[in-house]
Ligand binder design. Structure first.
Ligand SMILES: [Zn+2]
Length: 68
């Protein structure tokens, strides 16, 4: 079943007009012991499990710790 794979890859490469920013392919999460592959479009160095929250807020507004 390698033919399908080859075809898919070939077609994908050809049909992509101009990808956005691409990063190195085949990268893996930078967290120790984690081998999760990262997307070429993922500009972070960690997988979705290990990367720090940055682009979205988990739930509503988060309080900064007022009581210390
Ligand atoms: Zn990870």
């Amino acid at each position: 079943m390698n033919v399908m794979d080859e075809r898919f890859r070939g077609a994908q490469v050809r049909s992509l007009p101009r990808p956005n920013k691409r990063f190195a392919a085949g990268r893996v999460c930078a967290a120790p012991g984690c081998g999760t592959k990262l997307s070429m479009y993922n500009k972070w160095r960690y997988c979705w499990q290990h990367e720090p929250v940055h682009s979205y807020v988990p739930r509503g507004r988060r309080k900064s710790r007022a009581a210390a």
